[in-house]
Design a protein around this ligand. Sequence first.
Ligand SMILES: Nc1ncnc2c1ncn2[C@@H]1O[C@H](COP(=O)(O)OP(=O)(O)O)[C@@H](O)[C@H]1O
Ligand SMILES: [Mg+2]
Length: 256
Amino acid sequence: MPLAIETHELTRYFNDFCAVGGIDLRVEQGTFYGFLGPNGAGKSTTIKMLTGLLATSGGTIKVLGRNMLDARESLDAKRHMGVVPEDLALFDNLTAREYLTFVGRIHLMPRETIRQRCDELLALLGLEGEEKKLTLEFSHGMKKKLALAAAILSNPDLLFLDEPFEGVDAVTSRVIRDLLAGFVARGSTVFLTSHVLEIVERLCTHVGIIVKGKLVEQASLATIHQTGSLEDRFLHHAGAQLETPHKLNWLEEAAS
Ligand SMILES: Nc1ncnc2c1ncn2[C@@H]1O[C@H](COP(=O)(O)OP(=O)(O)O)[C@@H](O)[C@H]1O
Ligand SMILES: [Mg+2]
């Protein structure tokens, strides 16, 4: 299977601090890849580099066969991918439909196609009753849904999602899960980050675990399950601090 994402020694420093320390990702096309790690592990930094939102400090990135460190090839890759970044990056003073139309026009989509897909996406994500509101007035969950709609509007081959289920209600979460499952079923690729083990376990076919900027595990979920649970693997790598239980003495005292 060809690779949708391939990195070699991908690295990012912030001054002296190494946020991503030389990771080799391999994501096959058609897989649902969960990039799992504790808070601060380097997930968002990695996804920003993969999508061209943040410069690298070292290493190489290929996305859909294009070299992301080459301006022309990176632009070509971006035509075939959708991104829901950490900060969502919407425009405050547009309505949902105006924003989606703007995104569609950037992708040079015909106006009629944009209109049809807008109707479908706004209805599917339960935003059709919110047509008069500016995104500035949206709740966090509504913003997340709009960002997702914008990411899939152009029918991309590869979708990058940074913590897509955070701050989203159960109904919306179900809609998003079904949508992503359908997206992968037709052969497209999803790369999502999450610090929530259950989300990755439930949705993904493949998993990469990042801890303190290092990729400590990368395998199919089926392979991981052969030797135990994902939770065991995750805690094995990320839960070292659990071996010495931390206690807050003052809290114990207050409780007794
Ligand atoms: N712009 C930045 N400047 C300095 N440090 C940063 C910056 N962005 C992220 N970091 C640091 O890099 C580490 C990884 O951050 P991030 O990739 O956001 O983690 P995650 O998404 O896994 O929670 C954290 O220690 C964070 O504080
Ligand atoms: Mg993050």
